[in-house]
Design a protein around this ligand. Structure first.
Ligand code: SF4
Length: 265
């Protein structure tokens, strides 16, 4: 019981700091030693959450790398009641918890909702191809979305809808924790919704992509969502994404071969 009370108190403190950071003109400030202490707590906290998660959640978390990093309470989250009641399951993230690169998209689609893993549909296959062309395996990087639940649709509708600003804001603390745990060297924001969810910036993608930004001190590259490349088969647009990825490789000080330099997706 004491552990649960500790976790709840910690959760409340983290949410309050997050709210202050997002809503207050006076951002919270912490010393380096305080940050180090919080970072030491994080893995302990994850283990405690795992140990105290409901049995159904624990079972899901034993399922492999796709759910290994689930914060436990995400899979039972009902903060967006409409999404909680329409989803098949939450889609937390997949990949290496020590990844150098973290790809962030917008929200699960139908395939992801069914399989519980981000980027597994056609757009996901293209993302996997991009990752391989960069010289990585899908398991080497980390892949997540701004939203952990599939955005619901009116009855009888098909396709996907973009998350609302409110939904993104509600789910944001989970993403913040996720990024805090992975601590990637580079974040790649896939598409305009990811940029809005991460940076709060709204602008046409032609003005955003190919540029470096900073997300809480982590270099962030903006590029097109793979779904855009599936809709727009122009070689020029595909090449732009590849040039963005070469910037990422360069930032990570990875060698880029001649074959890679001449590559078109
Ligand atoms: S989208 Fe995020 S905050 Fe909303 S119900 Fe799903 S997990 Fe919870």
């Amino acid at each position: 019981m004491r552990v649960m009370q500790f976790l709840q108190a910690l959760e409340t403190a983290l949410q309050t700091l997050e709210r202050m950071r997002n809503e207050s003109a006076h951002r919270p400030c912490a010393t380096r030693s305080a940050l180090d202490a919080l970072n030491q707590i994080a893995p302990v906290r994850e283990n405690l959450l795992e140990d105290h998660a409901p049995p159904a959640t624990r079972k899901q978390n034993e399922g492999g790398s796709s759910s290994k990093n689930d914060l436990g309470r995400v899979s039972v989250c009902t903060k967006c009641p409409n999404l909680a009641s329409s989803r098949t399951q939450t889609v937390f993230g997949v990949g290496n918890p020590d990844a150098e690169i973290m790809f962030i998209g917008e929200a699960p689609g139908a395939d992801e909702d069914a399989q519980g893993e981000p980027f597994v549909g056609r757009a996901g296959q293209l993302l996997t191809k991009i990752i391989k062309a960069m010289g990585f395996a899908r398991e080497d990087v980390y892949i997540a979305n701004i939203l952990k639940c599939r955005p619901d649709l009116p009855a009888g509708s098909f396709g996907n809808r973009a998350p609302t600003p409110r939904e993104m804001q509600t789910c944001r603390p989970y993403l913040m924790e996720q990024i805090g745990i992975i601590r990637p060297k580079v974040i790649v924001a896939l598409g305009a919704v990811a940029v809005e969810g991460l940076l709060g910036t709204r602008a046409p993608m032609r003005d955003l992509r190919g540029r470096w930004d900073l997300f809480n001190g982590t270099p962030l590259m903006v590029t097109y969502h793979p779904a855009y490349l599936l809709r727009n088969q122009s070689l020029l647009e595909k090449r732009k994404v590849w040039e963005d990825m070469m910037q990422v490789l360069d930032r990570l000080e990875k060698p880029i071969s001649e074959k890679q330099r001449n590559y078109f997706l």
